[in-house]
Design a protein around this ligand. Structure first.
Ligand SMILES: Nc1ncnc2c1ncn2[C@@H]1O[C@H](COP(=O)(O)OP(=O)(O)OP(=O)(O)O)[C@@H](O)[C@H]1O
Length: 381
């Protein structure tokens, strides 16, 4: 493992009740990084988290977890690396990992104080007291130590769950959908505060979420999962700028999709020909599509759409839906061209121009570095 790596997962597969849930999964996490696992429901996010925590056993592959808290290369010694394989299981309590469950799993019959100290009750009383006082302060829970979980708000319960997970001073924190039970209005504020706390503690963390907004606010890196594998891992900016597959771009809703046909390197669409591909390295792009695939899709961001005012003879779309947002009017456009192979129904377009429902207008694509993906493999399953 590299000096800065806290966790490495190699060729991991996991079977549950004879079903393959994870296959050939690779992942590395550096000290101090917060990684968000995202993907559609059922893709295996919780299974991966539970396998790292030690609640599932790998069928193949290997996990390596460092147990020390330091990222200083010369302090890392081999004995501090736990290696977990199908033949060498390490119990969850020996992994030095803290886990926060979606429902927080606080002990209802224990006070805040006893919940927090649950995992450190073998330490001397003075040490327990000192860690608890620090955590109460850090998580703004001072004064609530005698309360029971049912006497706390959802946000306070989450803070207690975090304090309890941090008390044993884990190397890694795992959080399963940590913000899903928090009121939508408070969620953003709480995410920013929790992120600050984890950064202050230099704590490494992996969290699971369904929400792209959550992952962009809370994570340093994101891993997009699909059908039991990680498709792409990188910083939010890297993944948004260069999604490596149709599934990644689609899950993160990076733009609208319109069908295209490739004819000698030139793409045709229901809103005209795309700018020339002369500058595009087709060799490189062939990893994303096969020229004759029947399901080539262009990823189109609203800013790449140019509106021709008064160009009615070139009308190619009509306005099917209008809503008002903080970015101006949001229109959903469908193509007028009914060529089934190229028509589209929901092109998202933000503009300050006032258009009316059913109005036909002309648009043009103004991008030069467009991204075309092949969604055929996904349709085949
Ligand atoms: N104990 C189990 N035995 C058998 N199959 C399971 C078990 N736990 C989960 N699965 C299956 O594994 C797949 C992945 O489940 P998992 O909970 O890891 O997905 P997820 O991405 O976290 O989903 P969600 O976002 O809906 O929570 C699902 O098809 C689920 O039905």
């Amino acid at each position: 493992m590299g000096a800065n790596e806290l966790l490495s997962v190699k060729q991991l597969s996991v079977k549950l009740h004879n079903n393959v849930i994870l296959s050939d999964t690779h992942l590395t996490l550096n000290f101090g990084d917060i990684l968000g696992l995202v993907g559609p429901s059922g893709c295996g996010k919780t299974t991966l988290l539970n396998t790292i925590a030690g609640f599932n056993t790998p069928s193949t592959g290997e996990l390596n977890i460092k147990r020390n808290n330091s990222n200083s290369a010369n302090l890392v010694v081999q004995e501090n690396v736990l290696t977990i394989t199908p033949f060498s299981h390490v119990e969850p309590q020996h992994r030095n990992i803290g886990m926060i469950f979606q429902d927080y799993a606080l002990f209802p019959h224990l006070s805040v104080e006893k919940n927090i100290c649950f995992g450190i009750n073998k330490l001397p009383k003075s040490e327990q007291k000192s860690r608890m006082t620090d955590l109460l302060h850090l998580l703004k829970l001072t004064g609530l130590e005698a309360r029971f979980p049912h006497q706390l708000s959802g946000g306070q319960q989450q803070r207690v769950a975090i304090a309890r997970a941090l008390a044993p001073q884990p190397t890694l924190l795992l959080l399963d959908e940590p913000f899903s039970n928090i009121d939508a209005r408070l969620r953003n504020e709480l995410m920013l505060e929790m992120r600050q706390i984890l950064k202050q503690l230099k704590m490494s963390a992996i969290f699971v979420t369904h929400s792209k907004d959550e992952v962009f606010t809370f994570a340093d890196k994101i891993a997009v999962m699909h059908k039991g594998s990680i498709l792409q891992i990188g910083s939010p900016a890297e993944v948004c700028q260069s999604p490596n597959s149709w599934q990644v771009a689609d899950f993160l809703q990076l733009g609208s999709w319109i069908p295209v046909k490739a004819i000698n390197g030139q793409f045709q669409s229901a809103v005209g020909e795309l700018p020339s591909t002369e500058d595009i390295d087709l060799e490189e792009n062939t990893v994303k599509y096969k020229e004759y695939s029947p399901k080539l899709q262009l990823l189109l961001k609203s800013q790449a759409i140019e509106y021709y005012e008064g160009g009615f003879e070139k009308n190619n779309v009509q306005v099917d839906n209008i809503s008002i947002t903080e970015h101006g009017f949001h229109y959903l456009l469908s193509s007028i061209d009914r060529d089934l192979s190229l028509s589209f129904e929901q092109l998202s377009f933000y503009s300050n121009f006032l258009l009316t429902l059913g109005q036909r207008i002309a648009i043009k694509i103004k991008i030069h570095d467009y991204q075309v993906f092949d969604s055929y493999d996904d349709i085949l399953g």
